[in-house]
Design a protein around this ligand. Structure first.
Ligand code: ASP
Length: 422
């Protein structure tokens, strides 16, 4: 047994997690009873990640502010948003092009006989959204895990800590925040080692519940979304990394692959965030002042995969109901898809709920959400992976724009080597 564990620990971590995905699918399909029994292991893995998120986000954003210096934070934020918008627009353009060329919904002639699902719609005005950026009670924001409010509060804390006149107090606060950050990163490092088991259990339970058809029968619509996501992940983002970031996308991908695979199996950018941060900083060598800002914010607002998916889904619904969208309406779909992706939380199925906003904007039937519900699980897994991949790309690009060199550490090939290095 010991020998077996030794052999396993020699296999690189990303292969172990990959094996977790494949074996999980097999176990879920052939042994659903067993799969549901081990689901608790997956839940445990998710909980361990959730445990880290709030203190990690607070400490990493505040510590990022120290590193950047107060003036530089504004500049960094500006560059970060330029990247977010650029990459999301590229994703939307890809989705729009594909859905209009492939026309996956054409000929479905839906209208009667379709049973609508209950849809939670999005409500609230723009001014409410803006007012809610500021936490009325930071402790509540932390307790509720309200990411945007936590980020804003952390930015303010970081900003004012480095401006404190009293050297001693400033120093202790900086040491405390940086200490919490390092502590959370170390805990994440341990959780990552359990990722292969957690991922195995999560995938097995998903397949046991919804059947392999979730993966096999996807239809033309899902193929369109998949093609779009694949193009964005394998062509657009790597080109952006190479041209704007000046790095090798393959090396970056290897360094952060545990985060990508975790995103795939959890369908949650937020739950993946601790691993994304750990891998981006310790694996891809992105400086903390940049990763600590771009990644937590990106996990909540930068969602290329979701933006692309919203666009394809909305146009697909129009096609399926035989509604012709004018060029102007297509533009409205693109704009609301961007907003919906910003508004979607980094949790499973958030994008599906936000689709109601896009459908409403151009007067499409809300029942469309129910139409695509059946295949949403797998698409969610894929779009979440793209969301995280785009956040990582953003941290690479912004590092270059800030004149920082990204130092990819030699890939942590095996757990044994990692241990030896410590
Ligand atoms: N699950 C996605 C994420 O966490 C959001 C979505 O549903 O599109 O990134």
């Amino acid at each position: 047994m010991k020998g077996f564990a030794r052999t396993i620990s020699k296999v690189p971590l990303h292969w172990q997690i990959g094996a977790g995905v494949v074996l999980g699918a097999i176990a879920g399909y052939f042994f659903p009873g067993f799969a549901l029994k081990v689901e608790a292991l997956g839940k445990l893995f998710l909980r361990a990640l959730q445990m880290i998120i709030v203190p990690l986000v607070f400490a990493s954003v505040a510590a990022g502010t120290f590193g950047a210096g107060s003036r530089a934070v504004g500049r960094l934020a500006g560059k970060t948003f330029v990247y977010y918008i650029l990459s999301s627009l590229a994703a939307i353009f890809t989705g729009q092009l594909l859905v209009n060329v492939i026309r996956p919904g054409a000929g479905a002639n839906l209208s009667a006989g379709f049973v609508p699902h209950q849809v939670k719609s999005f409500s609230g005005s723009l001014s409410d959204v803006l007012v809610n950026l500021l936490p009325a009670n930071p402790v509540k924001a932390l307790a509720d895990g309200n990411m945007i409010q936590i980020i804003i509060f952390a930015l303010l804390c970081g900003f004012f800590i480095i401006r404190m006149k009293n050297e001693e107090k400033r120093h202790s606060l900086v040491t405390l925040v940086e200490g919490i950050f390092e502590l959370m990163m170390d805990m994440t490092g341990l959780i990552i080692r359990f990722a292969p088991i957690g991922v195995f259990a999560l995938i097995a339970a998903t397949i046991a519940r919804s059947g392999m058809e979730t993966f096999a029968f996807l239809g033309k619509y899902a193929v369109t979304v998949t093609l779009g996501l694949a193009f964005h992940a394998f062509v657009t983002l790597p080109i952006i990394q190479r041209v704007l970031g000046g790095t090798s996308p393959v090396k970056i991908c290897r360094a952060v692959s545990p985060a990508l695979l975790t995103a795939f199996s959890t369908s949650s950018s937020s739950a993946t965030l601790p691993i994304t941060l750990e891998r981006a900083e310790r694996g891809a060598g992105i400086p903390n002042r940049i990763a600590g800002f771009v990644l937590p914010l990106g996990a909540t607002v930068n969602m290329d995969g979701t933006a692309l998916y919203e666009c394809v889904a909305a146009v697909f619904v129009a096609q399926a109901y035989g509604i012709d969208l004018s060029f102007g309406q297509q533009m409205i779909v693109a704009a609301t898809a961007l907003l919906a992706s910003v508004g979607a939380a980094g949790i499973p199925m958030a994008g599906l709920v936000m689709l109601a906003v896009v459908l409403k904007a151009v007067g499409l039937p809300l029942e469309g959400v129910g139409l695509i519900l059946a295949v949403d699980r797998v698409l969610d897994m894929m779009r979440t992976t793209v969301n995280v991949w785009s956040d990582v790309t953003g941290s690479v690009v912004v590092s270059r724009w800030e004149g920082e060199r990204v130092k990819i550490s030699p890939v942590e090939t095996t757990l044994e080597e990692a241990e030896a290095a410590e």
